[in-house]
Design a protein around this ligand. Structure first.
Ligand code: GAP
Length: 581
């Protein structure tokens, strides 16, 4: 069972991310840009550590995978052949009142009482009346060969200014202009402000009906009826519906598809011939370069091509911090194989990927492999797993592991007319390989790492009094800063000089942070809060003031246990490297 969302925890995480420089809102000084994020000094280190470790495990430590780095802009034909241009869309619903759009499958089911209205009558607004005078009344008057058409219309406008009601103004004007008598009713009909579009509002149990009336009146006012009198039809209870806006109860418009690709133009002309898209996944450049890579890498099946890079999707509702963004990074592996190996490799890669997450510090019990049912899977996939993580906002997808058959290569082979076949030297067979694709999100994994690491515990302050300690328990491999280096006192030249020697010693091997300001306990806390796993303190023992045996040793404090051990400076680099790699 998925845990209930913990919005308080999430708020604290978002606030820490900003305060300590992990993640900022993009273009913040201009009010931000929804769905876009910037990584600050610590965020970028965390992200790089994740990507480097993925690359190491997927490419460097394997014999059967090579890497590539494709362009973001590609020939539009790629997106036609892959099916993205026609089908890469989400269904969205729109609130007719606020115009806010929601992804149809993400509206929370609601229950309550629905108030149905069959329409409303009222006064007409100025804009509509003016349009009707010009487009409907004018032809009638001219049809009557009514030479006074323009003065008549001006007269209507003048009366309307005095009495505020268009229908009344038209009636009064017709009284004074008897020539209109034969078609008077027709003219008057044009000005009755009636809207007969049916509309309904869902109210949660116990809410007064006035709340529904208020929303319904807004709906009819937006359709040109001023001070609408609602035509009430009925009210009925309803259960678990997703057809109403959870924010105001208004009935959504019918769902419509919305293509998620960002369209752009290449070159100086902006017409049909120059259209392309920012890539919505990195995978397609791997498929279209399959033949080139195969030739240069000289690999035999099964083998893979890996890529890390940016992807863009014009998400309808970016949300949950960086979880659903419009610009994000993917780490994708396309692992090509023979058809008969596909299902076995799907299970193999699922296990490999679960191990990966454990090795970066995500607890196995918070990871879930969901076997995606037939009706949710792409038609060409024979099997897909979603690897999900228990985020504070609920259980959500981190990565998809999909057996995509030979769909992608076949599509590109057919559309380009270029062979994307593999020739098997042993069997002398030629065929289009199948592919298993583990596709992970960098930003989602970074967010999972932060959520997993975040903790508040108790630790003694300078005077031994217990206080709340905020810690990020990053796996040392992922931690943005590996080691803090502290001279015990900032105003002791020898301590400072020794600490700086250690900085020089460690810097070529890892990202370190030198800090000499404030009490040592506060310095530890500052590093705990950003997840630095080790703290090295240079004290008087290091200088040999407490005996020769301790000369050139330092204390190494471990973040999680807060235990300290004495380590010779000569052993320091080796000891730390073994624990962070
Ligand atoms: N090539 C297959 C593919 O792109 P996907 O399930 O659409 O499959 C793969 O995306 C991964 O990319 C997701 O599991 C997720 O981690 C990440 N991802 C997708 N859309 C995202 C978004 N809007 N924001 C952040 N990450 C996203």
């Amino acid at each position: 069972m998925s845990k209930p969302p913990d919005s308080q925890r999430m708020e604290k995480i978002v606030s820490l991310c900003k305060r300590r420089g992990f993640i900022f809102q993009s273009s913040e000084i201009y009010g931000g840009l929804n769905g876009a994020w910037d990584y600050g000094p610590l965020g970028v280190e965390l992200k790089r550590n994740l990507k480097s470790y993925w690359w190491r495990i997927i490419v460097h430590e394997r014999d059967d995978v090579v890497g590539m780095d494709g362009s973001i802009l590609m020939n539009r034909a790629v997106w036609k052949a892959s099916g993205h241009e026609d089908t890469f869309s989400d269904l969205f619903v729109e609130c007719p009142i606020t115009k806010k759009r929601f992804r149809a499958d993400q509206v929370e089911p609601q229950s309550g009482l629905v108030y149905y209205y069959s329409g409303a009558t009222g006064r007409m607004n100025d804009e509509d009346a003016e349009r009707i005078l010009q487009t409907e009344v004018d032809p009638i008057l001219r049809d009557l060969e009514f030479v006074w058409a323009e003065p008549f219309k001006d007269h209507v406008r003048k009366i309307r200014k005095d009495r505020g009601d268009w229908l009344g103004a038209v009636q009064a004007a017709c009284d004074n202009w008897p020539d209109t008598r034969s078609r008077r009713q027709e003219i008057e009909d044009c000005f009755s402000a009636t809207c007969s579009i049916a509309f309904s509002v869902l109210l949660a149990a116990g809410k007064p009906p006035e709340a529904a009336q208020k929303i319904a009146k807004l709906f009819y006012e937006q359709r040109g009826v001023i001070e609408p009198e609602l035509i009430f039809d009925r009210k009925e209870p309803i259960k678990d519906t997703t057809r109403y806006n959870p924010e105001n109860g208004a009935l959504f418009n019918e769902p419509r598809p919305f293509n998620l690709m960002f369209k752009t133009y290449v070159g100086a002309t902006e017409d049909e011939s120059s259209i392309t898209y920012l890539r919505p996944e990195t995978a397609q450049s791997i498929f279209v370069q399959f033949k080139n890579v195969l030739e240069v890498a000289r690999k035999k099946l099964p083998f893979g091509i890996a890529q890390i890079g940016k992807a863009f999707r014009n998400e309808i509702n970016p949300r949950n911090f960086t979880f659903r963004s419009r610009e994000f990074e993917q780490m994708e592996l396309e692992y090509f194989c023979r058809a008969e190996e596909g299902m076995k490799l799907l299970d193999y890669w699922l296990e490999e990927r679960l191990k990966f997450y454990e090795n970066i510090g995500i607890a196995r019990e918070k990871l879930h492999a969901r076997n995606v049912p037939d009706e949710e899977r792409a038609f060409y996939s024979k099997g897909t797993y979603d690897i999900e993580y228990d985020f504070p906002f609920g259980r959500q997808e981190l990565e998809g592991v999909a057996y995509r058959t030979d769909y992608d290569l076949s599509q590109h082979q057919n559309a380009s007319g270029k062979s994307l076949e593999y020739f098997d030297e042993e069997t002398k067979q030629r065929f289009v390989p199948h592919v298993v694709e583990p596709s992970a999100g960098v930003d989602r994994t970074v967010l999972a790492l932060i959520c997993e690491a975040y903790s508040e515990d108790e630790a003694p302050d300078e005077k031994g009094k217990m206080e709340t300690r905020l810690v990020l328990h990053f796996h040392p491999r992922m931690a943005p800063i590996k080691c803090g280096i502290f001279p015990l006192l900032r105003n002791n030249a020898q301590l400072v000089a020794k600490a700086k020697e250690i900085v020089d010693l460690l810097r070529p091997h890892m990202n370190i942070f030198y800090d000499e300001s404030g009490a040592i306990g506060r310095r530890y806390r500052r590093q705990d809060e950003i997840g630095t796993p080790f703290g090295v303190t240079v004290d008087f023992e290091t200088l040999g003031e407490k005996g020769a045996a301790l000369r050139d040793t330092v204390t190494v404090r471990e973040r999680d246990s807060m235990k300290q051990e004495r380590v010779a400076i000569n052993d320091l680099a080796g000891m730390l490297i073994s624990r962070i790699s």
